[in-house]
Design a protein around this ligand. Structure first.
Ligand SMILES: *[C@@H]1O[C@H](CO)[C@@H](O)[C@H](O)[C@H]1NC(C)=O
Length: 236
């Protein structure tokens, strides 16, 4: 008789426990989700910007940093309170037939407002080219004379002043060289091919004329006027 109330009591105690145990299972999944929201820091900007200091029409690196979708690194620059370092003269391509040359350069590691070219001809006369904005890395020299020798320098300026020109250049062997990777260089325009042909024709003509006159003198004039000795010999 005691067995059935006891069994009922047991059932009453255990049954509510069974449904109570089920809600525990979803709670376990909830706990796992708590690990997911991790603090996501942006990656460090260790990619260099797509900036080439020798590329023509290159936007300043700081503009690339401002405009770009991702952060990038720029090369360090000298203080804007100081005049810029000299640019580096690059390739100078001479088109002798047209009397012009295309001058390339690389930006210094300094803030630059604008560039210009300086050109000295053989007589030491200086010409200043037009001001070019900071995106320029290439300019053209015109009116170069065939066979002419020139010195060209790239100049840069900002609010604080102008870049330096190396003082080493000048007439004579002492000033014959420029430091490598500097802003200046010598450029010698080869004579036009036509000029060479003209010169060759000129020299040939002169030689031919000389030969002719020598022959004419030998065969005609000398016989007419005679040598000082022969007529004397004939008389005797
Ligand atoms: C620089 O000059 C070029 C050519 O004249 C021009 O296209 C460019 O917009 C100028 N850039 C700036 C920043 O003034």
């Amino acid at each position: 008789m005691l067995g059935s109330p006891c069994l009922l009591w047991l059932l009453a105690v255990t049954f509510p426990l069974v449904p109570r145990a089920q809600p525990l299972a979803p709670k376990d999944f909830e706990e796992e989700e708590e690990d997911e929201p991790e603090t996501a820091w942006p990656p460090l900007p260790d990619v260099p910007c797509d900036y080439d200091r020798c590329r023509h029409l290159q936007a300043p690196c700081q503009e690339l940093q401002r405009a770009g979708p991702a952060a990038c690194l720029c090369p360090g620059l000298s203080s804007p309170a100081q005049p810029p370092d000299p640019p580096r003269l690059g390739e100078v391509r001479i088109v002798a037939e047209e009397g012009r040359a295309v001058v390339h350069w690389c930006a210094p590691f300094s803030p630059v407002r604008h560039y210009w070219l300086l050109l000295w001809d053989g007589s030491g006369t200086r010409q200043k080219g037009p001001l070019l904005n900071a995106t320029f890395r290439r300019a053209e020299l015109k009116g170069l004379k065939p066979g002419g020798a020139y010195v060209v320098c790239v100049m840069a300026a900002n609010e604080a002043g102008e870049s330096r020109v190396p003082p080493a250049w000048g007439e004579g062997p002492a000033g014959a060289g420029f430091p490598a990777f500097g802003p200046c260089g010598r450029l010698t325009v080869p004579p036009r091919p036509q000029t060479l042909v003209h010169a060759a024709v000129g020299v040939s003509t002169a030689l031919a004329l000389l030969s002719c006159s020598a022959l004419i003198w030998h065969f005609c004039l000398r016989d007419r006027w005679g040598c000082p000795r022969r007529p004397a010999a004939g008389v005797l």
